[in-house]
Ligand binder design. Structure first.
Ligand code: F6R
Length: 632
């Protein structure tokens, strides 16, 4: 969790960094802070609570400087108080550090540093870093940082500034993501605010071409200043300064810095005409699915991305995922079993990583993750790799750890997902899993050209059906939210492919509207949970016309007989459903039944959004959450 950023350039660093934090706050948002280097001093501004508190503080007491680092926090060690906010300082306040990750041996280091006289001001694990650096700093930042990382255990990305190094940031990566960004060169323009006696490049280096230099936990925070970026690898240190960017390993070996153009635009990370990122991302779904499909079609046929695995030989698939991605995996199992006749296990990453899974030949692990940085999924796939099981990643962020540590990558191409509640990534995951199932089926000779053509025709019509559903369900959803937003419990029921939809609908309502909600396989409801039904309980029943429609209607009858308030999700014009339900959220009918869950989830995303708005909840930044769960 947490996001870090840094900037060296000619613009006021405080303003640049506030925008960067704005784009990182999906990673954590319970407190924020920044440290700017100015006239041989470190200017620190920190505030508990939302980022707005920090920017108000910066407005009230501006901090000059064109070089600095910043942090947005999701508390792990110590509550979200100002004292625990990053950046953390060394005892003499000449060194400041921002950190994402966990220092596992911080207790032991803290005791050692305290015995040497260090006074700690926070409860965080991070604070050992500036104290350690200070204890070995003799005017050579790189040497001091190198000596410090040799003492740290855990997973971390951190950045350091020094009061006596006015235009210098040292950034380190070991297990948590970190990117280095670079702007266009501006020949001849000396950076404003540069101290005249700047002797920052103490470790050698080439002359600067005066580009803006940045670091960040994720690409959006590099925009719009950086036009190209590199992904720092584990075990590497980036030294940013007047000399440009130099990369070395923890042991000091030089690494060639290879920058690539950034393809994401600043517009892609703004809300546009929408009031929240979640609303924007829900609306983007037709376009996301169209883009994903386009990338997989050539001359009207499906093209298979090269995953570096012989899919013909795969006879056992393991999906590793958490949260919403796990819900997508549940439908992935249906797709793979039914289309490719492969035995599939779906594992929650945090469970898989502590089992002793069997590494039989023909097994393939597929990690499913929007962010590609979920700690449990990373650990799960590392365990699989240690057992020589091949791993493929289905990810949205292709520069992520999960993608880079996998043998092959299936990109979701959903664009940046910034709202904490996953929406467009979920439908993209379902679609990508269905396409993957077709790919495996084809590799195994189980997909004849006629079936492939039918599947493609169904897929081509899907984006339009998504748009139709979003438009068609809106008034019914808003009306139901008016009626039920005060309800503190909601139940979601679905069967077959709609069981994951029920789980996902419940998760959306829990996480952004703080409503207690449960999703059940409808056939299981009578085995206990049906006792909850009263005339006040909204029960959302997923009833599209699939092979389990009749069974589902019987389950709806059972709820109706106990006076539950039924909201049906089904096809417009379904009279039978209308007669059974108090309300109906209409959805289009997918041409291929397996794609129906991509449509059924849409009103549930909008329902959670509307209920959250009516309950005055912060839709994009729900309490207690962070977008990337980079801790266990
Ligand atoms: C819920 C949500 C989470 C994530 C989960 C896994 O809306 O977003 O449940 O799905 O934390 O994250 P990724 O997919 O990034 O591994």
């Amino acid at each position: 969790m947490c996001g870090i950023a840094g900037y060296i350039g000619h613009k006021p660093a405080g303003q640049v960094l506030i925008v960067a934090l704005e784009r990182l706050k999906y990673r954590g948002y319970d407190s924020a802070g920044l440290a700017l280097v100015d006239e041989g001093e470190i200017r620190l501004r920190r505030a508990a609570g939302k980022l707005k508190n920090l920017s108000d503080k910066l407005d009230a007491v501006p901090a000059p400087g064109t070089c600095g680092i910043a942090h947005t926090r999701w508390a792990t060690h110590g509550p979200p108080t100002e004292a625990n906010c990053h950046p953390h300082l060394s005892g003499d306040e000449r060194i400041a550090v921002v950190h994402n990750g966990i220092i596992e041996n911080h207790e032991e280091l803290r005791r050692e540093l305290q015995a040497q006289g260090a006074v700690f001001r926070s409860e965080t694990d991070t604070e050992v870093i500036p104290h350690l650096i200070a204890s070995v700093y003799r005017g050579k930042p790189l040497e001091a940082v190198r000596a410090t990382v040799a003492r740290l255990r855990g997973s971390f990305a951190f950045a350091v500034v020094f009061a006596d190094q006015p235009r210098r940031i040292i950034a380190v990566r070991q297990g948590s993501p970190l990117l280095v960004g670079r702007g266009r060169s501006a020949p001849g323009s000396a950076p404003a605010g540069r101290a005249r006696n700047d002797r920052s490049v103490t470790d050698g280096g080439t002359p600067s071409d005066q580009r803006e230099l940045l670091i960040a936990s994720d690409i959006p925070a590099l925009l719009p200043h950086a036009t190209e970026m590199l992904v720092l690898e584990d075990g590497q240190i980036a030294d940013l300064g007047e000399h440009g960017v130099r990369i070395t390993t923890f042991t000091g070996s030089p690494v060639t810095a290879v920058f690539k153009p950034i393809e994401i635009t600043a517009e892609a990370v703004s809300k546009g005409k929408h009031d929240t990122f979640m609303a924007k991302e829900i609306a983007e779904q037709p376009e996301v699915l169209r883009r994903l499909l386009d990338s997989r079609l050539r001359d009207g046929r499906l093209v298979e991305p090269d995953l570096g695995v012989d899919l013909r030989a795969v006879n056992h698939l393991v999906f590793l995922a958490c949260g919403t991605s796990w819900h997508a995996a549940l439908n992935g199992r249906r797709y793979l079993e039914s289309l490719a006749r492969v035995h599939v296990e779906v594992d929650i990453s945090s469970e898989y990583r502590y089992r002793n899974p069997i590494a039989a030949g023909g097994t393939l692990v597929v990690s499913i993750s929007q962010s590609g940085e979920t700690a449990d999924t990373i650990a799960g796939q590392r365990l699989a790799r240690a057992k020589f099981i091949p791993v493929v990643a289905l990810v949205n962020v292709v520069t992520s750890t999960i993608a880079r540590e996998s043998g092959g990558v299936l990109p979701l191409l959903a664009g940046p997902e910034i709202g904490v509640a996953s929406t467009k990534a979920y439908t993209a995951q379902l679609f990508a899993l269905w396409l993957f199932a077709l790919q495996v089926a084809k590799a195994k000779g189980l997909l004849d050209p006629e079936t492939e053509s039918k599947a493609i025709a169904a897929a081509l019509r899907l984006p339009g059906q998504v748009a139709e559903t979003l438009a068609g369900c809106e008034s019914a959803v808003a009306e139901a939210a008016d009626l039920f937003s005060a309800a503190n419990d909601t139940v979601f029921l679905g069967r077959g492919g709609e069981h994951p939809t029920a789980l996902e609908g419940a998760l959306k309502l829990k996480e952004i509207a703080y409503v207690h909600a449960s999703g059940y396989p409808a056939g299981e409801f009578k085995h206990g949970p049906i006792a909850q039904v009263t005339a006040k309980l909204p029960v959302i029943c997923l009833c599209p016309h699939d092979q389990l429609y009749e069974k589902m209607l019987s389950n709806v009858q059972e709820v109706r007989a106990r006076h539950g308030r039924i909201i049906g999700v089904g096809h417009a014009g379904d009279r039978q459903l209308k007669d059974l339900c108090d309300h109906v959220f209409p959805v289009a009918r997918a041409d291929d039944e397996m794609l129906q869950p991509l449509l059924s989830i849409l009103p549930l995303q909008r329902y959670a959004y509307h209920v959250a708005r009516r309950r005055d909840c912060d839709v994009d930044q729900p309490r207690n959450l962070a977008k990337s769960v980079t801790v266990e």
